[in-house]
Write a protein that binds this ligand. Structure first.
Ligand SMILES: [Zn+2]
Length: 287
């Protein structure tokens, strides 16, 4: 069994997932004001639908907003829009993928199910969500290029999508970027965050502290990884063994899509990019 409900101030969270093995196989959707934030995994639709029905009847749902195109966040948006006849708002960069679909690895279909396509509209910078509450949209790429977080302006609560999840990540997807992720962490921290409503961890009290800790951990990891690679001439595999140990279950479940090597590589690559930009500025090409 793997569903549960969590109430926090004006926010009600609902967790569901097919496999009860950990934080990364559960996903939350949240109700706040008269709005649903993210929509749960497609293969959990029966459970999600019961939650959505209850929230719609008792508190009202006038709109759905999603944080990014991934199926565990946006996969039921089309079903909910049809069931309640409400609009779906999404980041501009997500719209094509939500409408036309996108390539997905097999393990994602097994863990989350396939998403239902949906015609969403671009989410504005500020969105009234009912009961006197407003969401501010904050760009937060790194985990996914189209991801945003939503700040409840009146409370400082942050729907953080996949920005947080764990304080000390050891695994990265091949398409995640640690440099962009760090900039996103610092960007949301400029906004006076109180509680974090994480799409996988759930409610995180003192969210600003948690986000700051994650940024510190990643900065330290990047610093050491880059030094080992550039100065000590160690391989990615050696550095990963030393700093994070061997690959674990997530690596095998995802067919290598999630790996510790990806995280170490991203640390090194982002530093290489910064160095390359610096040397372009420093060395003017002869005419
Ligand atoms: Zn995601």
């Amino acid at each position: 069994m793997s569903t549960s409900r969590h109430q926090h101030g004006p926010v009600e969270g609902f967790r569901s997932g097919r496999y009860p093995i950990g934080v990364s196989t559960h996903a939350y959707c949240y109700h706040v004001g008269r709005t649903l934030v993210d929509t749960g995994p497609p293969n959990q639709w029966r459970r999600v639908r019961a939650f959505v029905r209850e929230m719609a009847d008792e508190r009202g749902i006038d709109r759905v907003v999603v944080t990014h195109h991934h199926e565990d966040h946006a996969g039921n948006a089309g079903r909910i829009a049809e069931m309640l006849d409400v609009p779906v708002f999404a980041p501009s960069a997500s719209l094509d993928r939500l409408r036309d679909g996108f390539a997905m690895e097999m393990y994602r279909r097994v863990v989350w199910g396939g998403p239902v396509r949906v015609d969403a509209q671009p989410v504005p910078d500020h969105l009234s969500i009912g009961n006197g509450l407003t969401l501010r949209t904050i760009a937060a790429p790194g985990h996914a290029d189209d991801m945003v977080c939503y700040l409840i302006e009146e409370t400082g609560g942050l729907f953080s999508a996949d920005l947080y999840i764990v304080k000390r990540p050891e695994y990265f997807r091949y398409d995640e970027h640690v440099g962009a992720l760090l900039r996103s962490l610092h960007r949301v921290l400029e906004h006076g965050v109180s509680t974090v409503y994480c799409a996988h961890r759930g409610i995180v009290e003192d969210g600003a502290h948690a986000l700051r800790e994650k940024a510190r951990y990643l900065e330290a990891l990047c610093g050491v990884a880059r030094r080992r690679y550039r100065q000590d001439r160690r391989s990615v595999k050696d550095i990963r063994e030393e700093m994070l140990g061997g690959e674990g279950m997530l690596y095998w479940i995802s067919g290598g899509d999630f790996s510790k090597d990806n995280l170490i590589s991203s640390c090194i690559r982002d530093q290489d990019r910064i160095d390359a930009e610096h040397s372009l500025h420093a060395v003017k090409s002869p005419s």
